[in-house]
Write a protein that binds this ligand. Sequence first.
Ligand code: RP5
Length: 173
Amino acid sequence: MSEKPLVGILMGSDNDYEVMVEAARALKSFGVSFEMTVSSAHRTPERTSKYVRSARDRGIKVLIAGAGAAAHLAGVVAAETILPVLAVPIDSTALQGLDALLAMVQMPAGIPVATMAIGKAGARNAGLFAVQILSVSDESLSRRLTDYKVELIAGVEAKAKTLAERMVKDGIL
Ligand code: RP5
């Protein structure tokens, strides 16, 4: 995307990409410009700090941080900025993301982080949540979100119709 990015996506490792790309896909589907890079709270604290401190001046409005294990990335990011920070716990260890979820969601009072679900659903929701935040001051994004909800409803109604037809075919109804 050539426009100035409005959303910054960070992930603790390139191994988190398969999950975090869902956030990027959600943003792309709404035409929201973003940037995405790897930065670790533990392995590259300076890189993380530098990125976050420059984000607001570069026009970033929302930050998304995905990490697994003892996932401190979102909290460290939130400590350095007044931008809203969305956290995605990644299932990259033997504890399947529960470790990251607890690390992200249990922020101390004063430094909020909006923690999503573990894994791909959480990453997609982080992207959608960022769109919702931006839509507060963007009427065209609000309209697109309304259309998106209408599409969701139509999708479920179509599935309910298919299910009813299947039950008739199977002799259940
Ligand atoms: C975290 O540790 C990363 O976010 C990743 O989910 C996990 C393991 O990282 P790698 O050892 O796979 O690079 O910092």
